[in-house]
Design a protein around this ligand. Sequence first.
Ligand code: ATP
Length: 447
Amino acid sequence: MAKEKDPNLMEKVINLSRNRGFIFPGSEIYGGLANSYDLGPLGTELKRNIKDLWWKTFVQKRSDVVGINAGVIMSTLVWQASGHLENFNDLLVECKKCHMRFRADELGKDSCSQCGGNDFTKPTQFNAMFKTNLGPVESKENAVYLRPETAQAMFVDFPEVVRSARMKLPFGIAQVGKAFRNEITPGNFIFRLREFEQMEIEYFIEPPKTKKDWEKYFDLWLKEIRKWIKLVGIDASRVKEVDIPKDERAHYSERTVDIEFEYPFGQKELYGLAYRTDYDLKAHQKHSGKNLAYKDVKSGKEVIPHVIEPSFGVERTMLAVLLSAYSEEKAKSAKGEEEVRVVMKLPKAIAPYKVAVLPLSDKPALTKIASKIRGDLQERFVTDYDVTQSIGKRYRRQDEIGTPYCVTVDFDSVEDNKVTVRDRDTMKQERIAIAKLGEYLEDKLNA
Ligand code: ATP
């Protein structure tokens, strides 16, 4: 069953996410909160693993990138300097009949989707930043904003990082964390949220003398993004790179490539790559009055570096990963009947559970060994333990959530101190000595 052709893929992924505890609607016992989602036990592991893999790939394994962790609330002056207070606006129109608001650029010639009316107000500006107050007094002076992107902290903290980490150009500063946008039209499950997470890098380079000098780094980062897409398990055949024309780019960008994914609801942005020139450091230098130049230790020369920014959304990654990993295969049940096997073919590195321990029955002779094995494996991996239902059904449950390995403890185990290890993708089974199990799984999971 080719997943590209499955018209119900989105629905299936949403249902599975909910049933198995990946993602469910937030505040549901109170009727929910529009477009908010909570992560259940499996979703929490998946997200953690994606962020860890990203950090390992782009920070831990690179000598030229370091991380920071800044506040969600920063000085309002940051958003003045960055242009967000002035420019982070959507043009909105309001239906005069039912007062529903729409983004002017999305409405086109359509009538109101809420009431069918077609009389709208003139477009007005609406700032997408969430506003709150610092301290108990609600006043203009105390107004602060939840960050709409993680990027600005990398510019604001630039001198501290250069000084403390002694970074030499070219180098990057990375951050993973929450961002908030009061989106007018959130939706498509976790695609467009008002509270989400970003993984961003600001990669600082020498001011380019020619176009080639920055294009070189732009291309390098495009390659890194392509590699990441494969690594995290996003179906590359459904990814398109779109060069954004000048009139559609952000005011600071000299070149933007949107990395788009063919979601079931259309081809939409997954990630972005932008050449932000020296716009941000210059803007912050001007507004703060502080010198944000980078001083070359050898030459003593001061320059304002230029910036290449790869930007990744965590939830959009999760959605693209789940849509890519979901597969249905024809299989035979234990009784020999034809059935559909649902498998989440997640890369091992991001699978929520790495291994599930399944005693064949709930006889104490087996559960005693199985509990001991589980205890040992828990030291190394996030592990599940399941003793209810037939073994075939339990395998299917683990396939559905992407668990790479199942360990079955049967009556032979009592005699030979061995267990059966079943592979999620091939369904092949191997007998492994309990004493060597941890190491065996470690090798397999790191392969
Ligand atoms: P879009 O055009 O879809 O609104 P954007 O161009 O505003 O996205 P950026 O400002 O480039 O997005 O943000 C960088 C990344 O953050 C995006 O590529 C996406 O992965 C993620 N992102 C942005 N907005 C949201 C949102 N509302 N919900 C979830 N992820 C988001």
